[in-house]
Design a protein around this ligand. Structure first.
Ligand code: PLP
Length: 393
């Protein structure tokens, strides 16, 4: 392989040529069951005809005009996603990190509006919010930050799922103006925020006039069994970000806000050349409508329960497995030791998985998975866990 691409990824030695639903086919025609879905991106599976047709048709009509002009498809998409998320307004961009940048900028505007000179956003340990300078600072993983100092000012970190720690910040940090959290931490090892914790965070935010901002870039878009993962807890944020699955692989992100937070940006405050262009919005409209028409959010909940139950039963007696957890189709299998080698072992068995936080197999399969495919994932993970335990014994 040529090395003219920058060396930012540790890539596996396989290249895919085609996809069909939950299957990916490599250049030799070998089939792999995709339990990672392009890292929570291909929620409708690969090459879903509704998205393919929308992209094909729109590409033949109009790809881009710029945000100097009205973009009816952008308004249509904003109506659809704000309606599903219970928000008032949407700002479109091209990635998750950009959506979070918009959220952080909203928090700072909110702070300044309240007379806070150097506003701070409270973020969690184990969080992942992206790779731009502000979002890598918000990220709770030193590895992501190392080498990129000076980091950005204006963040305070607390342990995840710990309301007392947040109350302490509230009591001692008058510059705090917002909280940014993933309702289910993805990169952090599939850690689900407790519903009671999220409700407590909402109360604290209300009491102190903070914005509650959820990063649903990985856990949103129906994957958890609700359109937004926070909807399990009944908690409504002031700001929420989505990206990844929004157009099933076509790049687009969105930062949505409600109430006063939705009125903070004014012309000239923020923008994006590509953000919300006709092609991206058309792909996203097709994706979200398909998600609803095919009842894939309900399906994610049912499939998630099947996988969780199957994995828990199959791994019950495994020496090396310490926990099986998750919500909907966002699942983790935690081992008692680093298990990165399982990714290549799975690949050899025709299964695509990922290991995050060193010890956790992460499963983010398409929401279109069949029951048989779900059961096949359970069987293969059980095989992998048994081989891994035996090799480590
Ligand atoms: N936030 C979360 C929760 C994510 O999982 C990710 C990506 O993994 C991001 C933000 C960053 O998204 P992107 O890679 O599209 O910038």
């Amino acid at each position: 392989m040529s090395d003219s691409v920058m060396n930012t990824y540790a890539r596996l030695p396989v290249a895919f040529e085609r996809g069909e639903g939950a299957w990916l086919l490599d250049q030799q025609g070998t089939r792999y069951l995709d339990a990672l879905g392009g890292i929570a991106v291909c929620a409708l599976g690969h090459a879903h005809p509704a998205v393919t047709e929308a992209i094909r048709d729109q590409a033949g009509k109009l790809v881009h005009t710029s945000n100097l002009y009205e973009i009816p498809l952008q308004r249509e998409l904003a109506d659809l996603v704000t309606g599903l998320a219970g928000m008032d307004r949407a700002f479109f961009c091209n990635s998750g990190a950009e959506a979070n940048e918009a959220a952080i900028k909203l928090a700072r505007l909110h702070g300044h509006r309240r007379g806070v000179e150097l506003p701070h956003v409270v973020v969690a340990e184990g969080a992942f919010h992206g790779r731009t300078l502000a979002t890598l600072t918000a990220t709770g993983n030193r590895k992501v930050q190392a080498g990129f100092e000076p980091l950005v000012n204006g963040f305070v970190r607390v342990p995840f799922n710990d309301l007392d720690a947040l109350s302490t910040v509230a009591a001692n940090t008058p510059s705090a103006v917002a909280v940014l959290l993933e309702p289910i931490q993805g990169e952090g090892g599939i850690r689900v925020a407790e519903d009671a914790y999220l409700r407590g965070v909402r109360e604290l935010c209300d009491r102190h006039g903070w914005l509650l901002m959820f990063d649903e870039i990985q856990c949103g878009m129906g994957r958890s069994g609700r359109f937004l993962a926070c909807q399990h807890s009944g908690v409504q944020p002031d700001v929420v970000t989505l990206a990844k699955a929004l157009a099933n692989g076509f790049p687009i992100g969105v930062c949505m806000a409600r109430g006063g937070a939705a009125e903070l940006f004014q012309p000239g405050n923020h923008g994006s050349t590509f953000g919300g262009n006709p092609l991206a919005c058309r792909a996203a409209l097709a994706t979200v409508r398909t998600l609803l028409e095919e009842q894939l959010i309900e399906r994610a909940e049912a499939l998630g329960a099947r996988l969780l139950q199957g994995l828990s039963a199959a791994l019950e007696n495994s020496d090396a497995v310490v926990a099986v957890r998750g919500r909907g189709l966002m699942l983790g299998v935690e081992f008692d030791r680093p298990c990165r080698e399982l990714v290549t072992r799975a690949l050899a068995k025709g299964l695509l998985i990922n290991v995050t936080a060193e010890t956790v197999i992460r499963l983010l399969p398409p929401l279109t998975l069949t029951d048989e495919q779900a059961d096949r994932i359970v069987d293969l993970i059980a095989e992998l866990a048994a081989e891994f335990s035996a090799a480590c014994a």
